[in-house]
Design a protein around this ligand. Structure first.
Ligand SMILES: Cc1cc2nc3c(=O)[nH]c(=O)nc-3n(C[C@H](O)[C@H](O)[C@H](O)COP(=O)(O)OP(=O)(O)OC[C@H]3O[C@@H](n4cnc5c(N)ncnc54)[C@H](O)[C@@H]3O)c2cc1C
Ligand SMILES: Cc1cc2nc3c(=O)[nH]c(=O)nc-3n(C[C@H](O)[C@H](O)[C@H](O)COP(=O)(O)O)c2cc1C
Length: 790
């Protein structure tokens, strides 16, 4: 088998060594256009997991690497004159040059043909002369460009500028330094790689970069700094000045160091006939979550293994298996990297946070590190954060509890914990009257321990229903039935109960959810209305554009329903301004194209929802809170984005809202949401930070399913309350169970008290005999360690 490898970076060289080692009969040739040793970068970092793979794949490479490793456990967050340390993280780093030396020498020993200082022959020739062509030619891959029709790469340019430097200061921990400068917030990520120095990356937003005068020396558009031989000396000396205290008398060192913008590279396919992409050529992930080197070496390992498993005549099967195996890992890494890079892009919004919260926030930014796994890594650090949180809430004198179990005061009510049953339409009522189903549904959720239980969207008129099964509050029978639910919750549980009032607008007159969500009824449709005559989907009714008189009448319907909600005794009133229903469709420019005072600029689009809010606030008891649910993005071009969502939330705050409930989307059917774990939380986070210092709380919702995620996002200051929807349909006692799982003594409803311990699951969870001697007591202690050169 003849294999051509284009690119002598870590990906290409490691693959060549493994492929040759696994089958010495192969001819493996590596082309690298640069001479040996001529490379960019300083150090590379590895996690324990990657190292485990490398150890088993080729112990000779691993041992040579291990002999050069700087190993340490601590992360230092330097922020506002404080250094906050968190331990137990487990890092290993080494010089990139040294790594390439090791890989090159191993390749030479194994008989890989190394052609340094030689550009690879053209692709057609390589493909004709070889059974396999590995494109390990880096982020600007020429082969990927040549076969762009097949690989279909996308390039997502980001809005920060960064530059890689080295320094002769040997840091003793992974160090984040975040500081306010005259130009704005800048940050450093630095880590040691050997006894001579550290990698040090400086990053800032484009605006700060401009303001700091760095634009004087032009940024290099090409992220690999191709053709660059010199460093940006102005950037180097200016960064030395700005970070002089951090550098403590040491120098910054350049190596083709130029300002670049990070580009996330993704490819639809990674292989075509006998050509395969590997490493940066196939994908990139922001440096703040780990190194591209690590991903490239993991790719190499996987490709070599798949080739061996498939056999020499099955290259196509091997390439498919490699892509399937690696793509899943890379997509997950890119998702975490995306969260991390966005966090750094939006860093300025966190700089008012207390250093303790800031450090926790930074450590949990990618959502991969959480409250619970920080507790395993460094319980003392988590205890400090817990103590800070308790003190900030006025509970400093009591033993700490999991963050989700602190109460929250909203006006005159106290929500006993931070878990909310998100509003969920049950489509199960007749004539809008909540029946036994609703009593059992909401009653069981309140018994299940959630601090606040929200009703589904309760419609203000028959025409304002989404489906014939929706509940309403346009008559006294409905009020009395709701009162039965409220009374039960108040009499039998400590939970509070809130009502969500809404009008379906252009999304009304549709089938029950399980018969065809958002589809028109087969018969008996009622006319729908909206700000503009735009149907939700092509086969939905075109709404009638509301006249001012009709809007005034709808406002009256909201107020009448609000009065009945007061009479029914609800604790909180939420105005539904999300998901494309009537008030939401006034807010979005995609659905509101009016040319009167209620359309056009945001101020006008807000007018009708605010008029209704004001009317409700006036009749709603002063000691009871009001909330507003918004869609913080339309997930569609030209629609509401996070910046506008902040303005919308601020407007409602100005009008007396006590809580902003931050959902997203469902406004236009052409939306492209980026679903994923806690995917709406960044919007809640942005709004909460923008409203910091005001007496208003923020609720996050959307695929928040574990108590660990809830605790993490409360501590990091991303929200004050967490609403869980589908999770409560799965487990109505979710909060009680979360308390039991965290050994927190939450009061159970007395009739349920006998069940408060988790049932045993059978013999497998019985006590286990001890089978191992602990030889090193330190081995079980938290790894708190800083690196020192030998
Ligand atoms: C300026 C810069 C600094 C960096 N610093 C660090 C760092 O300090 N730590 C870290 O972990 N990561 C760093 N990275 C990221 C990291 O280098 C990459 O993610 C990693 O090297 C990817 O490995 P690779 O083998 O896929 O590609 P690369 O290491 O980029 O290797 C690709 C190689 O292909 C060669 N090549 C391309 N086309 C041809 C051709 N036609 N013929 C012959 N050869 C060709 C190139 O010269 C290059 O050597 C840095 C990246 C950049 C751009
Ligand atoms: C069956 C069902 C009905 C829903 N009905 C409503 C509703 O009436 N009002 C509302 O604002 N959101 C409604 N939602 C959205 C949820 O409140 C919540 O925002 C969404 O399910 C995301 O949270 P989750 O991932 O925890 O389920 C509904 C969701 C589901 C699953």
């Amino acid at each position: 088998m003849r294999i051509a490898v284009v690119g002598g970076g870590p990906g290409g060289l490691y693959f060549a060594a493994l492929a040759k080692q696994l089958d010495p009969g192969r001819t493996v040739t590596v082309w690298e256009r640069n001479p040996p040793g001529d490379t960019y970068g300083f150090g590379v970092v590895f996690s324990d997991e990657t190292l485990g793979g490398i150890e088993h794949a080729d112990p000779i490479i691993h041992d040579a690497m291990a002999a050069s490793f700087a190993r340490w456990d601590d992360i230092d967050v330097r922020f506002r004159d404080e250094v906050i340390t968190s331990g137990g993280h487990g890092f290993a780093a080494m010089s990139r040059r040294k790594l390439l030396d090791i890989l090159r020498s191993r390749c030479a020993d194994l008989g890989v043909q190394l052609r340094f200082a030689e550009a690879a022959p053209d692709l057609e020739r390589l493909r004709a002369d070889h059974d396999l062509v590995v494109a390990a030619d880096g982020v600007n891959s020429g082969i990927r460009t040549e076969l762009a029709d097949v690989f279909r790469p996308t390039f997502e340019g980001r809005r920060c500028r960064y530059v890689w430097f080295g320094t002769d200061k040997v840091f003793d921990a992974f160090t984040f330094d975040v500081r306010e400068t005259d130009a704005g917030v800048m940050q450093v990520h630095a880590y040691p790689y050997d006894e001579t120095g550290s990698t040090l990356i400086v990053e800032m937003t484009e605006e700060v970069w401009q303001k700091a005068g760095f634009a004087e020396s032009p940024a290099v558009v090409d992220p690999a700094c191709l053709g660059v031989s010199d460093s940006d000396t102005f950037a180097l000396s200016r960064c030395e000045e700005i970070f002089a205290d951090l550098l403590d008398g040491h120098r910054l060192i350049g190596n083709k160091s130029r300002w670049v913008s990070f580009t996330t590279v993704r490819c639809d396919t990674w292989h075509h006939e006998n050509v395969v992409l590997l490493g940066d050529a196939a994908h990139t992930a922001h440096f703040s979550i780990g190194s591209g080197t690590k991903l490239a070496m993991e790719d190499a390992l996987s490709l070599a293994a798949c080739l061996s498993e498939a056999g020499a005549d099955q290259v196509d099967l091997a390439l498919a298996a490699y892509e399937a195996e690696r793509k899943a890992v890379v997509v997950s890494t890119q998702r975490a990297a995306q969260a991390s890079l966005e966090w750094f892009e939006n860093l300025a919004q966190y700089t008012d946070q207390e250093p303790m919260r800031f450090a926790f926030n930074l450590l949990t930014r990618s959502r991969r590190v959480t409250y619970e796994n920080l507790q395993l890594r460094d319980p003392e650090f988590v205890q400090r954060v817990d103590d800070w949180f308790a003190a900030s809430l006025g509970f400093g004198a009591e033993p700490t509890r999991p963050p989700m179990f602190y109460p929250l005061r909203l006006r005159g009510i106290t929500v006993p914990n931070r878990i909310v049953v998100s509003p969920m339409d049950m489509y199960s009522s007749d004539d809008g009257i909540p029946g036994d189903f609703h009593l059992v549904h909401l009653g069981s959720k309140a018994l299940g321990g959630a601090g606040l239980v929200m009703t589904e969207m309760v419609c203000v008129s028959p025409a304002g229903r989404i489906t014939p099964g929706c509940t309403g509050l346009w008559n006294d029978d409905q009020r009395d039935s709701w009162q039965r639910v409220v009374d039960f919750v108040h009499a039998s549980t400590p939970a509070k109960i809130g009502i969500q009032l809404g009008h379906s607008g252009r999304k009304g007159s549709t089938k029950l959810m399980w018969e065809g969500m958002d589809d028109p009824l087969p018969s008996g449709n009622w006319p729908v209305v909206g700000p503009s005559p735009l149907p939700y989907k092509p086969h939905n009714q075109t709404p009638r554009e509301l006249s001012l008189g009709e809007m005034a009448a709808i406002k009256e319907e909201f107020l009448a329903a609000g009065r009945r909600a007061v009479e029914a005794g609800f604790d909180l009133l939420e105005l539904h301004c999300a998901h494309g229903y009537l008030l939401s469709s006034f807010l979005s420019p995609l659905t509101n194209q009016r040319d009167d005072d209620y359309g056009g600029p945001l101020e006008n689009r807000l007018r009708f929802p605010l008029e209704i809010f004001d009317g409700l606030r006036a009749l709603w008891p002063a000691e009871k809170p009001m909330s507003v649910r918004i869609s913080a993005t339309d997930w569609a071009p030209g629609g509401i984005d996070v910046d506008e969502a902040v303005l919308i939330a601020t407007a409602f705050a100005d009008h007396g809202a006590d809580l902003i409930d931050v959902s997203t989307g469902q406004v236009v059917s052409t939306e492209k949401p980026a679903f994923g774990r806690s995917y709406q939380v960044p919007f809640a986070d942005a709004i909460r930070n923008a409203l910091a210092g005001r007496d208003i709380a923020v609720m996050a919702v959307g695929a928040i399913s574990s108590y660990d995620d809830v605790n993490s996002l409360l501590l990091a200051g991303r929200a004050d309350l967490c609403a869980l929807g589908r999770t409560h349909l799965y487990d109505p006692q979710w909060t009680l169970h979360a308390a039991a799982d965290q050994d927190y003594q939450m009061p159970w409803p007395m009739p349920f008290a006998a069940g408060r311990r988790k049932p045993q699951t059978g013999r497998s969870d019985g006590p286990k005999p001890r089978l191992e001697l602990v030889r090193d007591p330190e081995a079980n202690a938290v790894r708190h360690g800083r690196w020192r050169p030998e």
